[in-house]
Write a new protein. Sequence first.
Length: 125
Amino acid sequence: MNKTIASPLAPAAVGPYSQAIVAGNTIYVSGQLPIDASTGEFAPGGVKEQLHQIFKNIGYILEEAGYDFTDVVKTTVYLTDMKDFAVMNEVYAEYYSKPYPARVAYAVAALPKAALAEVDVIAVK
């Protein structure tokens, strides 16, 4: 049976979806935006600050379910500008260590609420 995960430290979903779902020993974390749940606003600054907020939000959700970044097996990154790829790699490396999870990064035309980035993950215990 699937279990819905909702961390009060991460922003509430901005549509009809869950922050995350645990199915068996796998958690599927929905795409996270750079929203600070305490303010309801984007983290101030540019893409670097937005990515840090996104990874904080992912961490809160993983923790709520009893997982952490070492359990992540797949990460998907969405950027509105591929020129931010190097900055994304810099921030990414602060949250993951070897062996790194599999990853894909896409350039997209736009993201909800005009975010500069969005990230989703899959983790397994």
